[in-house]
Ligand binder design. Structure first.
Ligand code: MOS
Length: 732
């Protein structure tokens, strides 16, 4: 019996992806497909005064143009537009009324026989606006910030303790607004099935979230509206909430009573959501020996006028470092921009960046090695809730990462290491992310020919969900992975939340575990009824499935599953199971990492290269070291982008994102990515869930930008606190 969990199994969906057999939302076809293209607002705030569509409608091939004036009925309550992961507030409603909430807002949808016609006709739609003054500048509007939440309870009196500390560090950091920019464009193809029934192919991280949302907005029954998303070309959080393209595509299909496709352009995608620009202010007070007295963390982030998007930026310090006094606060500034969205480790990527740079600055003041400071402040309890961890092998992560990197050869003085014209810098940081599990169901259908199908409505956004579902079901049913098929991304499958928060591995593992147990129970019941059954006295917890047989734990009494099913006259066994988190609040659940970075900086030109990264990750049991490593590699590259390249610029005069394209929105390219080593630290965890799985989607990005920023300081002696760290900031 070959066990698949823990082995570097290649993606089961790999061949479909590289051969082009995998179809994405904008690639499904239907007879009589109509094509949509949107007209967007050039103003950030105001009202639509007049829309003249006559010229556009006269173009041959244009079918109709939908606006707030002629659209069909949509729900009127704000509640109907709040999807499963909506923040507090009143969501944007596409083509709902004449109000303009942000630049780039859709104001009309042109429908035509060909996409090119729709695109051309879009240029002929004349819209007049009554413009109002807008505010899009976070820094200029900082005084208007208001407290949204305290991510964790304060402890002691941080202000007082800080004031009397031996060594104090106070710093303000800034993380620029960033956009997800997945390769696949946001798209929806809505198939008109007749009788008002719709099949919706949508780019989304949550088919059932989209289904519930659309049913609410259009007052449809779930049976009449099926949402599918079998493959997703990246999303990084931008596909958690229903995109406005799906709402408009469904509106159009119901209006025309025919199939409709709507694909957003790269530029249009910049209004779907973004990582909010965030100011992070930290104070840390320490004793001269390197233990902490106090830590305070305040975040000021941007949000829209209509929704309050806020994440935990500030609570990480209390979870990571021992400090008797702590205070946190998360503030928001409402701006005339679209609502921000979750983006890979939302709150963690940003908050931990600031925390880890602040710790580095404190280490400099203490004249301590930054790694040594992490050991002196190490916490074996989560102080926010005063509880132990289910597991925390962060010390081992520090040690293994430092060893692989060669940290002990570091000269502490800035500008003390060089390679020819280049200054060398070595920096490190800690990463932390929540290890969550959400209520999720899965179905297993085992057929007498020894094949199983495992299904769940979750998504695979490139993370490897198809593959781990296959591996999990194979191992639990004693089959080889070749004999298991996984199905996902279909709202008609067993219930799943959105794929997000790195919870999917643990969540589907829980569901498949319960479903597989029910299958084993059925098989044992049938086996016991067989004449002279070797398993007549066996108990459910004393048997296992392996090599297509059911047997006692010790391997004795094996009976082929095919024989059992033939005897029982069943050709399929179908079972559904639901898994839930066992979190009783008694343990803190986190994945951790230690990131070490080397930069080389041209002394004259200021060009920065990230030449080496070692990321040592403790994330419980790793189900598949190959796909998990890919997740960490991707996260680290995200971190390089965050540190050096990514920044969405806003023209505050126009109130608009200005670099809404991949030429001017910089992301790391191959030449920016050098040596990345991923280490998975052994971390047995018998508390978190039966398999000890924590998930690895997001931990790879947390800490990476800080390690790079700290390396840049070490190379140059210059502390740049505002991301991204560009040449002008290094030389300026
Ligand atoms: Mo992730 S930002 O929860 O898709």
């Amino acid at each position: 019996m070959t066990v698949s969990i823990g082995t570097a199994t290649s993606r089961v969906d790999g061949p479909a992806k590289v051969t082009g057999a995998a179809k994405y939302a904008g690639e499904f076809n239907a007879p009589g497909l109509a094509y949509g293209n949107i007209v967007t607002s050039p103003i950030a705030k105001g009202r639509i005064a007049r829309i003249d569509t006559s010229e556009a409608l006269a173009v041959e091939g244009v079918i109709d143009i939908l606006t707030h004036e002629n659209r069909r009925r949509m729900a009127v309550t704000k509640r109907a537009y709040q999807d499963d992961v909506a923040p507090d507030g009143s969501p944007y409603r596409p083509l709902y009324d004449d109000k303009i909430l942000f630049s780039g807002q859709p104001v009309a949808l042109v429908l035509a026989e060909e996409w090119e016609i729709a695109r051309f006709a879009t240029t002929l739609v004349r819209v007049e606006y009554d413009e109002e003054d807008h505010e899009t500048d976070l820094h200029a509007n900082r005084a208007k910030s208001y407290e949204k939440s305290k991510s964790a309870k304060p402890r002691g009196n941080a202000e007082k303790a800080y004031a009397s500390s031996d060594v104090r560090h106070e710093g303000e950091y800034f993380i620029a607004t960033e956009h997800h920019n997945p390769m696949e464009l946001f798209a929806s193809t809505v198939i008109w099935e007749g009788d008002g029934k719709l099949t919706v192919y949508d780019k989304t991280q949550g088919v059932q979230n989209v289904q519930r949302y659309l049913c609410g907005v259009f007052n449809m029954k779930p049976d009449d509206l099926r949402v599918l998303s079998p493959f997703v070309g990246g999303a990084f959080g931008s596909g958690l909430r229903p995109g406005h393209q799906v709402t408009m595509a469904v509106l159009a299909a119901r209006h025309l009573e025919r199939s409709v496709r709507l694909v957003l352009s790269r530029q249009q995608m910049f209004t779907l959501g973004y990582r909010p620009g965030t100011i992070e202010r930290l104070t840390i007070g320490a004793k001269s020996g390197g233990t902490l007295d106090a830590i305070t963390h305040e975040a000021i982030a941007m949000t829209s006028q209509y929704e309050e998007f806020a994440r935990n930026d500030t609570g990480w310090s209390g979870a990571l470092y021992k400090s008797p006094n702590a205070y946190y606060s998360h503030k928001l500034v409402k701006l005339d921009l679209p609502t921000p969205a979750d983006m890979r480790a939302p709150g963690g990527a940003t908050g931990v960046y600031a925390l880890e740079c602040a710790m580095d600055e404190l280490a400099v003041k203490l004249k301590l090695d930054p790694l040594e400071l992490r050991f002196r402040t190490y916490s074996d309890r989560d102080q926010n809730d005063d509880i132990p961890y289910t597991s925390k092998k962060l010390r081992e992560s520090y040690r293994q990462g430092a060893k692989a990197f060669g940290w002990e050869k570091r000269h502490p003085e800035p500008r003390s290491m060089r390679d020819g014209n280049e200054l060398i810098g070595w920096g490190m940081a800690t990463g932390i992310w929540e290890a969550m599990q959400e209520k999720t169901s899965a179905r297993i259908v085992l057929t007498a020919n020894g094949h199983a199908e495992v299904s769940c409505a979750t998504a695979d956004i490139g993370t490897g969900t198809y593959t781990i579902m296959t591996q999990l079901a194979a191992d639990m049913l004693g089959l080889s992975v070749e004999n298991v098929t996984a199905k996902l991304g279909d709202s008609s499958l067993p219930q799943s939340p959105v794929e997000g928060g790195s919870w999917t591995a643990a969540s589907v593992a829980g569901a498949i575990g319960v479903a597989a147990e029910a299958v084993r129970k059925d098989l044992l019941r049938l086996a016991k009824k067989m004449p002279v059954s070797p398993l007549a006295g066996a108990k459910l917890d004393g048997i296992r499935l392996a090599d297509g047989k059911i047997m006692n734990e010790d391997g004795s009494g094996a009976v082929p599953i095919a024989d059992i099913m033939r005897f029982g006259k069943v050709d399929r066994i179908e079972q559904e199971g639901t898994g839930e988190s066992n979190d009783d609040g008694k343990h803190a659940r986190f994945a951790h990492s230690a990131v070490f970075a080397e930069v080389k900086i041209d002394e004259q030109l200021g060009v920065i290269r990230v030449t080496r990264i070692v990321d040592a990750v403790a994330a419980g049991r790793i189900l598949n070291p190959k796909t998990a490593r890919s997740q960490i590699l991707g996260g680290v590259v995200f971190g390089i982008g965050m540190a050096l390249h990514e920044e969405t610029l806003i023209d505050h005069n126009l109130g608009r994102f200005m670099n809404a394209n991949l030429a001017e929105y910089h992301i790391p390219v191959h030449a920016d990515v050098h040596d990345i080593e991923v280490i998975f630290v052994e971390e047995p965890d018998e508390i978190i869930n039966p398999l000890g799985v924590k998930g690895v989607g997001e931990i790879g990005v947390v800490g990476t930008a800080a390690a790079i920023a700290n390396a840049i300081y070490h190379a140059t002696g210059k502390r740049v606190r505002d991301l991204p760290i560009t040449v002008d900031k290094i030389l300026g």
